[in-house]
Write a protein that binds this ligand. Structure first.
Ligand code: UGA
Length: 444
């Protein structure tokens, strides 16, 4: 076991998965949360969310005594050398981020640092707009500890770039590590932690690190939106946008990543982060015309699927039975935050369709959060039974494995409206007798 000890505050995706990755690298790690039931469950190796490959890795580090949970923030600070702030920063109605969890945790850390003799480094990992570490977190830490940054304690900002569904891989094998440091001594503590992570490490100022996170997510969201706009245009020319993006993405300056056109981006990050950056820009008097457009296109994009379904139904969706496959915002997660399934369901219900939904992992979460009428099926195939139209919102493997035969034998009319280019060979499905329409497909 390595000498340096690490605490992380917040048992969400970021705190727990990052904590697991540090423990895998042989650090002794404690992860805290205010909710005691989460801590109790963790002791028996039960994660509070579903994430691919996570449970087995978590159990491993718990059994080896490398990772423990706690509700005691003060003890966690006392017993460790570096503390990562990983609590959530939910959106406020105006798009800006709510810092109340961050402030509460910073207060706990500051108070704990008051009577700690040893040098300690505080690291922000939560996604926060530029200047938040310096203008909000630092003053709280100094006020409650009575100590001075750079002398008595260190301060860093270390953004996370975890993709849900691939978060375990990303935490263990990141493509880059960004270290925003108050001073060299603070940053050196992170260099020590990430010593055997084999990837480029960039040392920058704290506010630069904060901005890198928002810029990366805003750029990726813009790239997707660009592909979506081209997709809508390609449909009119009877061109497959996936062929176009293959040709475009082969340019090494562009790359084909994040050019998959579809029903729009969802999740806990892109919508929230773009909104937060727009709101932050407004507060400093800067207009964000491009990002405003990205958000606007992302609102209308899922409705394109409903338009296609309506077109396939001969102009009327009233009374039609629609199978809505995929409720999670993307595959391999049970997360439904900002899923495009919600605007699709709303529009279908508004137009009088009867919807039967299915998702391999996200149905409980969807049921709890969405009160629109929808019947929940036990499998993708059950959702298809007797349906007039199938809309695919999430490209889960179980859905990818559906064949033309399944659509033909189970549905009343085999019509597929694909929001995620789920099948490698849509033409093969069409040739086998299924009516296939999709975003960016040759629909005319
Ligand atoms: C995103 C970033 O990819 C991570 O690097 C970042 O750390 C994370 O946000 C965060 O800020 O914490 P995530 O939201 O988990 O990760 O998921 P993505 O794989 O990026 O997908 C986001 C949405 O974009 C999904 O709805 C997905 O279906 C959509 N998408 C993605 C497309 O429509 N087309 C694409 O080509 C790629």
């Amino acid at each position: 076991m390595k000498e340096l000890k690490i605490s992380l505050m917040g048992m969400g995706y970021v705190g727990l998965i990052t904590g697991m990755a540090f423990a895998k690298h042989d650090f002794k790690v404690v992860v805290t949360d205010a909710i005691s039931s989460k801590v109790e469950k963790l002791a028996s190796g039960i994660p509070p969310f579903y994430e691919k490959n996570f449970e087995e890795n978590l159990k491993d580090v718990i059994e080896r005594g490398l990772l423990t949970g706690s509700t005691d923030n003060a003890a966690a600070v006392h017993d460790t050398d570096v503390t990562f702030i990983c609590v959530g920063t939910p959106s406020r109605p105006d798009g800006s981020i709510d810092l109340s969890y961050i402030e509460a945790v910073a207060k706990d850390i500051g108070t704990a640092l008051k009577d700690k003799k040893k040098y300690h480094v505080v690291v922000t990992k939560s996604t926060i707009v530029p200047m938040t570490t310096e203008k909000v977190i630092l003053p709280i830490l100094e006020e409650h500890s009575g100590k001075k940054v750079g002398e008595d304690f260190g301060l860093c900002m270390n953004p996370e770039f975890l993709r849900e569904g691939a978060a375990v891989h990303d935490a263990l094998k990141p493509d880059r590590i960004v270290i925003g440091q108050w001073d060299k001594k603070s940053g050196d503590a992170l260099i020590k932690i990430y010593d055997d992570f084999n990837c480029p490490k960039l040392r920058v100022s704290i506010r630069t690190a904060e901005m890198i996170k928002y810029t990366a997510n805003s750029f990726l969201a813009t790239k997707i939106t660009f592909a979506n706009e081209m997709a809508n245009l390609c449909e009119r020319y009877n061109i497959d946008v996936y062929d176009v993006m293959k040709g475009v993405g082969l340019d090494f300056r562009i790359s084909e990543q994040f050019l998959r056109a579809g029903a729009g981006f969802g999740g806990s990050c892109f919508p929230k982060d773009v909104h937060a950056l727009v709101s932050s820009a407004k507060s400093v008097g800067v207009q964000t015309q491009l990002l405003d457009a990205v958000l606007a296109v992302n609102e209308t994009q899922p409705l394109r699927l409903v338009e296609l379904a309506k077109q396939a139904a001969g102009g009327v969706l009233k009374g039609k039975e629609v199978a809505l496959l995929g409720l999670a915002f993307k595959p391999d997660t049970d997360d439904i935050r900002e899923t495009r399934a919600v605007p699709i369901l709303n529009a279908l219900v508004e137009q009088g369709a009867k919807v039967r939904g299915y998702d391999p992992e996200a149905m409980e979460n969807f049921k709890a959060a969405v009160d629109k009428p929808m019947v929940y099926a036990k499998s993708a195939k059950e959702a298809l039974e007797g349906a007039d139209i199938c809309i695919i919102q999430t490209e889960w493997n179980e859905i990818k494995e559906l064949t033309a035969e399944d659509f033909k034998s189970l549905m009343k009319t085999p019509v597929v409206v694909d929001g995620r280019r789920t099948f490698d060979d849509p033409q093969g499905i069409i040739d086998a007798g299924v009516k296939y329409l999709g975003i960016g497909w040759k629909n005319e």
